[in-house]
Ligand binder design. Structure first.
Ligand code: HEM
Ligand SMILES: *[C@@H]1O[C@H](CO)[C@@H](O)[C@H](O)[C@H]1NC(C)=O
Ligand SMILES: *[C@@H]1O[C@H](CO)[C@@H](O)[C@H](O)[C@H]1NC(C)=O
Ligand SMILES: *[C@@H]1O[C@H](CO)[C@@H](O)[C@H](O)[C@H]1NC(C)=O
Ligand SMILES: *[C@@H]1O[C@H](CO)[C@@H](O)[C@H](O)[C@H]1NC(C)=O
Ligand SMILES: *[C@@H]1O[C@H](CO)[C@@H](O)[C@H](O)[C@H]1NC(C)=O
Length: 363
């Protein structure tokens, strides 16, 4: 064992029984796999530590944003903005459904770190040479879909220069990707707009704000509560794991995983931690309630997915499985995306907010 890790294990042993699950210390927001303590008594984290529980945040208020914001006849008019984005997203997602998964996750990772201000898209941050969010542990070598946002933004700038924010572009794109990947069962729902783009983006804020795959139910609830979202939102939005991929490094080791899936993952992950596996191996490219069926069947890839079969959240999981014919989850997912989309939004230009010209760099 490496000397630093040994010192950390000794330190944690002094602090008493420490666990990444449900205790007062978690491993980099749940992004680092807890390892059994060699000194006995629970699990320790081979990495940095984040204290928790997190502070509970106010519920996001959608009223500051407006549906059809760019339809107005004033200076923020760009009546075709949503059509322009939709066209670009439909083309990209029809070529590669993984891009759609990427866009939906980009929106989540944007909103949970400094609010929905397109900070996740920045390659440079104002006033410092620190690395930006996209280089943080949850994001690096993982996020995808940036080129779709860049293409949509270029088309928007050609139609209405300086009007449509990158944060709104991302919100529309995530909505459109959901609609396409669900075959329209998630409607092209109204996504309020009027967000401004931030100028600051810091890699070191990612693990503190984004729940990791090794989080238990308590940690997941805390991360969402910190953004003013409740357990219902958490369960509903986790359904995004009905599409897309995860790297083997994040795959659960739990012993009660469905044996067929466990064997499949072992085989695939022989080639290393960066190998990618489907989050919903049954219907990997379709947004549907199969994910919730998988939760009930111990057929999910991440510990954080498996956590939803806890007694407190299983009733809602069951409701989504039972309500599939009425598109209950699809309707609630749309509403939860809108709610998530109003986390800590910046709605007027100022020292920390603007309409970016290019999404990867502040003006
Ligand atoms: C509940 C807490 C959540 C945790 C712990 C979590 C964790 C993860 C992890 C570890 C991955 C794989 C990343 C990699 O291997 O590089 C992933 C992928 C993904 N997540 Fe989540 N996630 C959560 C919630 C959400 C939410 C709320 C959304 C969107 C509404 C979302 C959308 C996605 C999508 C679409 C992918 C696949 C991305 C791709 O294929 O490019 N996740 N998530
Ligand atoms: C965690 O990271 C911060 C910032 O990089 C550093 O100051 C701190 O010493 C680290 N803590 C541990 C326990 O490694
Ligand atoms: C915005 O304008 C477009 C095109 O004219 C129209 O299709 C859409 O319904 C309008 N949306 C709102 C919310 O007014
Ligand atoms: C932007 O960040 C990149 C590294 O991501 C760096 O090479 C470049 O010099 C930065 N540019 C500006 C204008 O700060
Ligand atoms: C992140 O880095 C910035 C810039 O170096 C620093 O000011 C800030 O305190 C750091 N935040 C955390 C949570 O470590
Ligand atoms: C595990 O998954 C396989 C394949 O989907 C299925 O046939 C089997 O019934 C599942 N086993 C359990 C115990 O749920």
């Amino acid at each position: 064992m490496d000397a630093k890790l040994a010192a950390l294990v000794a330190l944690l042993a002094l602090l008493g029984p420490v666990a990444c699950h449900g205790a007062s210390i978690i491993c980099l927001g749940g992004w680092v796999r807890p390892v059994p303590s060699l000194l006995g008594g629970g699990l320790v984290c081979p990495g940095n530590l984040t204290s928790y529980p997190l502070k509970k945040g106010p519920a996001p208020s959608a009223s500051v944003l407006k549906v059809g914001y760019y339809n107005s006849s004033s200076s923020n008019a760009c009546p075709n903005a949503e059509d322009i984005v939709r066209k670009v997203v439909e083309d990209a997602v029809s070529k590669d459904p993984g891009t759609g998964a990427g866009l939906i996750r980009l929106f989540f990772h944007d909103c949970f770190v400094r609010g929905c201000d397109a900070s996740v898209l920045l390659r440079n941050t104002s006033g410092s040479s620190e690395q930006t969010e996209m280089f943080g542990l949850p994001n690096i070598n993982s996020l995808r879909g940036f080129e779709v946002i860049d293409a949509a933004k270029a088309a928007l700038e050609a139609a209405c220069p300086g009007v449509v924010s990158c944060a709104d572009t991302l919100a529309f794109a995530a909505r459109d990707a959901s609609s396409v990947l669900s075959g329209g069962r998630i409607s092209s729902f109204a996504m309020p707009a009027g967000r401004h783009d931030g100028r600051v983006s810091l890699a070191n804020e990612t693990t503190d704000n984004l729940p990791g795959p090794f989080c238990d139910l308590n940690a997941l609830n805390n991360f969402f509560a910190a953004k003013g979202l409740d357990t219902d939102d958490m369960v509903t939005l986790s359904g995004a794991h009905t599409i897309g991929q995860a790297r083997c490094a994040f795959v659960s080791n739990r012993t009660d995983m469905n044996a067929t899936l466990a064997k499949d993952l072992r085989d695939k992950c022989m080639s290393g931690g960066n190998t990618k596996v489907a989050l919903d191996y049954k219907t990997p490219d379709t947004m549907d309630v199969q994910y919730y069926q998988n939760v009930n069947d111990d057929d999910v890839v991440l510990d954080s997915d498996a956590a939803l079969s806890s007694p407190a959240t299983k009733p809602l999981v069951d409701t989504y499985v039972a309500g599939s014919s009425g598109n209950l989850w699809e309707t609630k997912f749309a509403a939860a995306m809108v709610k998530m989309g109003s986390i800590e939004v910046k709605t007027s230009p100022g020292a920390d907010a603007e309409i970016r010209k290019k999404c990867s760099i502040y003006n």
